[in-house]
Design a binder for this molecule. Structure first.
Ligand SMILES: [Zn+2]
Length: 123
């Protein structure tokens, strides 16, 4: 994919670092799409049990996996959209630049570390 990094700010992240982060987000998007496909296909696999409780547990696990994968995919797509709009790398709460260390670990990050912790305690 030869998509150009937006000329807009992107919180003045290094273009080389942005390229790496974009590639990782693309990879993650592919992985999540594949994962969702696999889960959907697995739904048709015969389950080797006739116990209703086991069948319900299988269905419950599949549902949780699907929701987790969909959430992760949405976060990845939102991060790519922010990058395209030139808004990537800024904290959605305080507006400060998210550290490159944090983005390297979690390219989908929406918040800087202090805000992330603050929001966690608000749940
Ligand atoms: Zn913040």
């Amino acid at each position: 994919m030869t998509q150009q990094i937006s000329a807009v700010d992107n919180h003045r992240l290094d273009p080389a670092e942005l390229t790496v982060l974009r590639a990782r987000l693309h990879e993650d998007r592919l992985f999540r799409r594949q994962q969702l496909q696999d889960i959907a296909q697995g739904a048709n696999d015969p389950v080797e049990t006739t116990y209703a409780a086991d069948l319900a547990a299988h269905s419950e696990i599949r549902h949780k996996l699907t929701v987790a994968a969909q959430t992760a995919l949405a976060e990845t797509e939102a991060a790519l959209a922010r990058m395209d709009a030139g808004r990537y790398g800024g904290c959605g709460r305080c507006g400060r630049t998210i550290s490159i260390q944090c983005l390297t670990v979690h390219p989908q990050a929406r918040y800087c570390t202090p805000c992330h912790h603050f929001l966690e305690t608000q749940r």
